[in-house]
Design a protein around this ligand. Sequence first.
Ligand code: SAM
Length: 291
Amino acid sequence: TAGDIASPKRTKDLMQKYGFTLKKSLGQNFLIDQNVLNRIVSAAGLDASKGALEIGPGIGALTQQLAKLAAKVVAVEIDQRLLPMLEETLAPYPHAEVVHADVLKVDLQALFAERFQGVDKVSVVANLPYYVTTPILMKLLEERLPLENIVVMIQKEVAERMAAKPGGKEYGSLSIAVQYYCEPELVAIVPQTVFIPQPNVDSAVIRLKLREAPAVQVEDEAFFFEVVQASFTQRRKTIYNNLAAKFFTKETKPELEQLLQGAGIEPSRRGETLSMAEYATLTAALSAYLG
Ligand code: SAM
């Protein structure tokens, strides 16, 4: 519709007006396709009782669509040069606020307490800068923010790893870390042509629906993720070899075989075949053994 920021012409005109040049180092690939924006926004399930946290609003193409639906939008942008442009494009939406900060450094708990007061549920909706996708998502998940959904455009390969089930080559510690907190769902695969400039990787929109409680119960989360990491250290090696290298000595190694058998896990299996429930059982057994 008229007034949409995300058209190639409006985007180019705005950049020209402000003398703005895109910075590759900040992952600045702006969306210029209204259909893709609609798919992102509709996947988030926003309504007039809900809030949206956007990371990296750019010139506001997605922010504007969020503001049309949500009660409150907070957009965190690192690039100061974009602030005057956002002031212009978001002028019609006073309930959309821009925060000038690096999302990796900002205190998100405080930001939520201050800016989402009285808002029922908040979702993160963003076209993420690809150079920091995983750190941003892990920060959002590990801080246990009160989130409903995380709907993000990310590199297609990363989306596939996040959504992967046991057994395939995409399944790894990232799949387990994400699925521990969320139920992932691939929403769309997106061609390079919907961005300027076009990124040199394929993209996908993924929805991470936050779980009420983690997918498995573990006593020590940090140790659980350590066990998972260790199990994938050398993907072609068996679970026995990977765990032996990390937690056992030459002398204690034989006991690992027994421990794995006791946990119902064949020592010859590879890390990529274990379900999250099996990793939880394994973590408990290792923790009991190591004391
Ligand atoms: N939302 C816009 C769109 O879809 O057209 C822009 C998306 S662009 C892929 C990523 C945006 O994130 C850029 O505006 C960039 O400046 C911003 N950004 C990069 N690193 C950031 C960080 N650490 N914290 C906050 N914003 C960041």
